[in-house]
Write a protein that binds this ligand. Structure first.
Ligand code: HEM
Length: 414
């Protein structure tokens, strides 16, 4: 993992294809990113059916693009490589991710109220209960699919806890969220209409939930989110529904895949797992290294608002500029031994959540909490887990995902 394979050593820039989902079915193509960082850190990539896009792979440049939203816009035409169809533009524009200041600033301030450190840390005992409940179900079996049996549930449970989705509704919210993701992968997508229908149902559900709470406010996060803030500003109905939808997607696959990649890395590098087992206080640095190593969001796109340059390469107004987080996270100019998984790595200025501009991951502290609690529980309860078959990877150029990871372990009650 993480090292260019011998068969790929003759790769040239002509072979680079970061658009085809096929490129990702063996895992994140770090050998391609390495080549680009070395030979063409600002690389013009053709796009089937589109104008093409710039591929940005160096840490410093990913940082530069993220920190200059006035030059590299999220709002102009969204953050996905392919331009949205005109009819989808208005709806996508409601999502925080696809906005620029001042709209983004106001909206983000309102929704950030659900993510204060106090609220997130207050979830710790509940997240620990959910985690132990997940492990209870498989602890006696001695084998399971790590992704579907262990990693998949916690992220949605955590969001449901945070927002206060009633227990009886959680299963249907989980089903819709899962149907919305992985649309490119034939294993998940049963047709192009499924994600669309699921998102409409989730949207309608959010509306119902908000209506109920507006009528009967409680002392919970949902009521805080729906109330006006100090300046009298409040979320519109459409704002809230779109936010609910974004959380269900943004917080689901990302955290799930980080947990799966993290477990795979600990099994691939048993010496690193042993360090963590010997010294559980290393969990904080281990969580960050797992995030750097897995970096499940592979890219987001921006659109240049005027002519500019990156590393002396001319970028024209309207060009698509795509930043690759897993590549920045293996940049040898920033991380010594970048291809080594080191649970004690410090400093570790990874950009798995983005480098820290206005769109820095809103759920970063929640995700960190989930990952920490999950690995604390796994190291304690199932410390000898081993990979029992090949991992299969998500067919996507956007999310670096593991779909299945067969594992064995000593049953807990043996
Ligand atoms: C390991 C898990 C996660 C990873 C790797 C991740 C990664 C990211 C990245 C790379 C961005 C864009 C950053 C930028 O453009 O600078 C982002 C934005 C965002 N994330 Fe996460 N995320 C994770 C978990 C979560 C969770 C658990 C939630 C919520 C429950 C969440 C909610 C969001 C939201 C709402 C945004 C948009 C923020 C904005 O546009 O202002 N994420 N995330």
């Amino acid at each position: 993992m993480g090292r260019p394979s011998a068969t790929k050593s003759t790769l040239t820039l002509d072979d680079v294809d970061l658009f085809a989902t096929e490129t990702f079915v063996q895992g994140v193509p770090h050998h391609i990113f390495k080549l680009l960082r070395k030979e063409a850190p600002v690389f013009w990539h053709p796009e089937p059916g589109g104008p093409g896009f710039w591929v940005i792979t160096k840490y410093e440049d990913v940082d530069h693009v993220s920190m200059h939203p006035e030059t590299f816009s999220s709002g102009k035409r969204g953050v996905f490589i392919v331009d949205p169809p005109p009819e989808a533009g208005a709806v996508l524009g409601l999502l925080l991710l696809n906005q620029d200041a001042p709209q983004h600033t106001r909206y983000r301030r309102l929704v950030s109220r659900a993510f204060t450190p106090k609220l997130v840390l207050g979830l710790e005992p509940h997240i620990r209960d959910v985690t132990n409940g997940i492990i209870d179900k498989i602890a006696d079996k001695g084998e399971c699919d790590f992704v579907t049996d262990i990693a998949a549930d916690l992220p949605l449970q955590a969001i449901a806890l945070l927002i206060g989705v009633p227990m009886e509704d959680r299963q249907k919210v989980f089903d819709w969220s899962n149907q919305m993701i992985g649309a490119e992968d034939p294993e998940y997508s049963t047709g192009p209409e499924v994600p669309l229908r699921a998102s409409m149902e989730l949207y309608a559900y959010a509306q119902q939930l908000a209506d109920k709470r507006r009528k009967e406010p409680k002392d919970d996060i949902l009521s805080t989110l729906l109330a006006a803030d100090f300046d009298g500003e409040e979320l519109t109905e459409a704002d809230f529904n779109a936010f609910f939808l974004l959380l269900s997607v943004a917080g689901n696959e990302t955290t799930r895949n980080t947990i799966s990649h993290g477990m795979k890395a600990l099994m691939d590098y048993p010496d690193q797992r042993q360090r963590l087992l010997d010294d559980p206080t290393m969990i904080m640095t281990a969580v960050d290294e797992i995030l750097r190593w897995s970096s499940p969001v592979m890219q987001f796109r921006r659109t240049a608002t005027h002519d500019t340059e990156i590393r002396g390469v001319k970028i024209k107004e309207g060009d698509k500029v795509v930043i690759y987080y897993p590549s920045a996270n293996r940049d040898e100019d920033i991380f010594p031994d970048a291809d080594t998984f080191d649970v004690g790595r410090t400093p570790n200025p990874h950009v798995a959540f983005g480098p820290g501009g206005p769109h820095f991951c809103l759920g970063a502290s929640l995700a960190r909490l989930e990952i920490r609690i999950m690995f604390e529980a796994l190291m304690k309860r199932l410390p000898e887990m081993e990979q029992a078959g090949p991992a299969s990877y998500l067919r996507s150029n956007f999310i670096g995902g593991i779909k299945h990871l067969p594992v064995t372990y000593t049953p807990e009650r043996n």
